[in-house]
Design a protein. Structure first.
Length: 222
């Protein structure tokens, strides 16, 4: 599994020899089944996870049960909340759940701190990933705060369908992705159905007018 590291994280191939030894000695292979909570809201950080395969969904759950997906950690990526916890020695402000089987390398906190203190290459790697993820989160905040729900829902359906013509997801699944309420998404989907853009089924949304959804998903130009 360690042999996959620099293939999936090419930036780490340039690690200084001493830093590479610290990394090799500080990581352990991990395999996590789907549906596992790898960290909980309010918990301390136990490792810096380098994802080699699979996907971890990072989400925030409110006291009333509402959820929003903040981001996903996929192969070649790291978790900005984990980085924040390790740098501040604080606790998580959200939870991470595996969506698929996840294969990765867990770097011990002590090794992480040592690499941050001694390796320019490792610091650039960590802060580069951090900056990218913060930019993504700012875009999410802007979308949730100012975006039209019909526009965002159309874009999400197109993204999830890919080259296909259907999305296997419940109304609640889509609401979580968009940080909205299930009732709001259900109303919007029914409006899409009345307009001939989709056909709704149990746990499934069939796209019947991709062109119409694409037009709707485009940002308005003022």
């Amino acid at each position: 599994m360690k042999n996959d590291l620099t293939t999936i994280f090419p930036a780490l191939a340039a690690l200084e020899p001493a830093a590479r030894r610290v990394l090799d000695e500080g990581v352990r292979p991990v395999t996590v089944p789907p549906g596992t909570t790898v960290f909980a809201d309010g918990s301390a950080c136990e490792a810096f996870l380098l994802v080699l395969d699979g996907s971890v969904r990072v989400q925030k759950v409110a006291e009333n049960g509402r959820e929003i997906v903040l981001y996903r950690v996929e192969p070649g990526q790291t978790c900005v909340l984990t980085t924040t916890c390790l740098l501040s020695q604080g606790i998580y402000g959200a939870e991470g759940v595996t969506e698929t089987p996840v294969r990765g390398l867990a770097l011990a906190p002590r090794a992480f701190q040592s690499l941050m203190a001694t390796s320019d290459v490792f610091r650039r790697f960590v802060f580069g990933a951090y900056a990218t993820r913060v930019s993504d989160l700012l875009m999410l905040i802007e979308e949730v705060a100012f975006g039209r729900i019909d526009q965002r829902l159309a874009a999400l359906l197109l993204e999830k369908a890919g080259a296909g013509d259907a999305v296997a997801a419940t109304h609640q699944d889509l609401a979580v992705e968009l940080g909205s309420a299930r009732e709001v998404i259900s109303r919007q989907l029914k409006d899409f159905e009345r307009r001939g853009l989709v056909v709704l089924g149990r746990g499934r949304v069939s796209l019947t007018a991709r062109g119409g959804l694409e037009k709707l998903a485009r940002p308005l130009v003022i």
